[in-house]
Design a protein around this ligand. Sequence first.
Ligand SMILES: [Zn+2]
Length: 315
Amino acid sequence: MSRAVLPSQPAVGIDVGGQGVKAVLVDDQGTILKRWSDRDASAEGRSVDGVISRVAAAVAALSAPANAPLGVAVPGFFDTRRGVVCSSPNFPTWRDVPLRALLGDRLGRSVVIDNDANAAVAGEAWVGAACGLRDVLLITLGTGVGTGFLVNGALLRGARGAAGEGGHLVIRPGGRLCGCGQLGCLETYASGPGIAVTAADVWGDDAPSTAAGVFEAFAGGDPRAAEVVARFTDDLATGIAQMLHLFAPEAVVLGGGVAASMSRFQERLEARLRSAALPTSAADVFPLRVATLGGSAGAVGAAWLALQCPRSGSK
Ligand SMILES: [Zn+2]
């Protein structure tokens, strides 16, 4: 049976990471029509001009219709009200870059920008692990700990777009030095590198150098790995509990490279979280979910953001 073809508003979503650009053309139901990516971690490729050229190349390669709005996700600290990337750990030369205006001028189309964790939670709530939900916490456990909060169907942004930095909740006052300058941030314990530091503390010189190595040893019954996983899940549960107490979401989605090993630590993390969080705040979040869009979440979510304000965000 043939289906009637309904008019569809396409959008372009682009996730600009430190290693490469991922781009998608989607329809207004979140179906990916086309993908494009590049890999470029060079200093030139990560300069402001370099990134703008690569975004332009992505839009051209996707043959995006002229009416398709563009959403761009970038890791870093934002003033989304002004469309400015204030700073980014992945783009160390960037300071107060008016990315939204620069891209709008170059590409002549409507542009929205947001940070990668915000875009990822939007993507997962649109067509991913939290599809259709309106109160969602996404935690990305990778080289850092990124968090995105969807609250009553809208992104939590704060006055300037800087809200939702759950990775910088201090869970151990006076603890490890974080890249943000604070001591004891969740990120320094629950990121991939943070887990590796804990492994070195517990193990000594022959510790696994990656989180994946720790989880593999844990699955093999290594008691040192069990100690590292115990500390990691305690720390992560402490951080998540604080976020649940503030937002009491319908779902918690874990993404990023560390979450790929979720089956190894989910049971213990959930047990720790049940004891760390108020039952009413955590009532809806079990079982914890694993992100399903993988590396596409940021790009798909960026496209969703573009569709939310297709005509208002170009300047
Ligand atoms: Zn920090």
